[in-house]
Design a protein around this ligand. Structure first.
Ligand SMILES: Nc1ncnc2c1ncn2[C@@H]1O[C@H](COP(=O)(O)OP(=O)(O)O)[C@@H](O)[C@H]1O
Ligand SMILES: [Mg+2]
Length: 271
């Protein structure tokens, strides 16, 4: 693959690099879910979820379709409410609504499966919008930051184009830059490469690997096992709304503990 475009997050010539990762001590719990329960009507989708993600940790969440991976991610920035339990970001409980919720959301960056750029705004405007609106950054400052981030993900030359003029892989890299522009404490990725043509998967994964190496705290739902082995500190295996296993990639892939995990791995690793 051609990787000149995607792997220059750290090596940017000329432009002073904006630190991507807020520097406030390492190793403390940044995301904590305690006894989280969630129903959709009668459907029990999250069952006693207990999960702690420390600063700088990279989690890869895997599991069969319908096991609650997306719902769990969406509860972390409160795109979904929970029925009981507790979720904390950097020690603070998730606010219910209003200004506090908006500021918490700003601390949690999210990149989804489908490209969710604003179709009627340029790439540059997509990235500057939230820093201007939510962080009250002035336009010049926001554009400087946006160009820096777009350069890091290798799409700065596309800044004046509209999203539809970019490939899927480029759009996902813009979505990552847009999330980073809010200087989030943690980044959530929900199958960010699953809607991409195969030849574009690596350019997005490369950006994610670089972010991981820079120390970003990340929760990634992905079935890209190469990425999991390369970047994950921990694999979280979910099935039927529960976390069944949490382990290092080596331990998880070599010695899965549950039948569900063995069965799942045999299906995804054999083709
Ligand atoms: N908004 C919703 N309303 C009702 N059921 C939902 C909703 N979103 C997800 N579900 C159901 O919740 C379960 C978990 O879904 P999801 O979190 O998307 O799983 P995964 O991401 O692991 O595939 C599935 O059975 C799904 O059909
Ligand atoms: Mg999902």
């Amino acid at each position: 693959m051609s990787d000149t475009k995607a792997t220059n997050i750290t090596a940017q010539s000329g432009v002073p690099a904006t630190p991507l990762v807020p520097d406030s001590g390492s190793g403390h719990p940044l995301v904590e879910l305690t006894h989280v329960e969630k129903y959709f009507g009668d459907l029990h989708v999250l069952k006693d979820i207990n999960l702690t993600v420390n600063k700088g940790e990279v989690l890869v969440v895997i599991g069969p379709s319908g096991s609650g991976k997306s719902t769990m991610c969406r509860t972390i920035n409160r795109l979904e409410t929970i029925d009981s339990g507790d979720i904390r970001i950097d020690g603070k409980a998730l606010p219910q609504e209003g200004r506090e919720l908006a500021s918490l959301r700003a601390e949690v960056g999210m990149v989804f499966q489908s490209f969710n750029l604003f179709a009627n705004k340029t790439i540059l405007d997509n990235v500057t919008l939230a820093p201007i609106k939510v962080r009250h950054m002035n336009k010049t400052e926001a554009e400087h930051l946006a160009m820096d981030l777009l350069a890091r993900v290798g799409v700065d030359s596309q800044a004046s184009k509209m999203p539809s003029q970019l490939s899927g892989g480029q759009q996902q890299r813009v979505a990552i830059a847009r999330a980073l522009a809010m200087k989030p404490k943690v980044m959530l990725f929900d199958e960010p490469t699953s809607a991409l043509d195969p030849e574009m998967v690596n350019e997005v994964l490369d950006v994610m690997v670089e972010l991981a190496h820079e120390g970003m705290t990340m929760i990634c739902v992905t079935h890209e096992m190469g990425f999991a082995r390369k970047a994950a500190d921990r694999i979280v295996f979910m099935a039927d709304g529960r976390i069944l296993e949490q382990n290092t990639p080596d331990e998880f892939f070599e010695h899965p503990q549950t039948e569900r995990a063995k069965d799942f791995l045999s299906k995804i690793l054999t083709h």
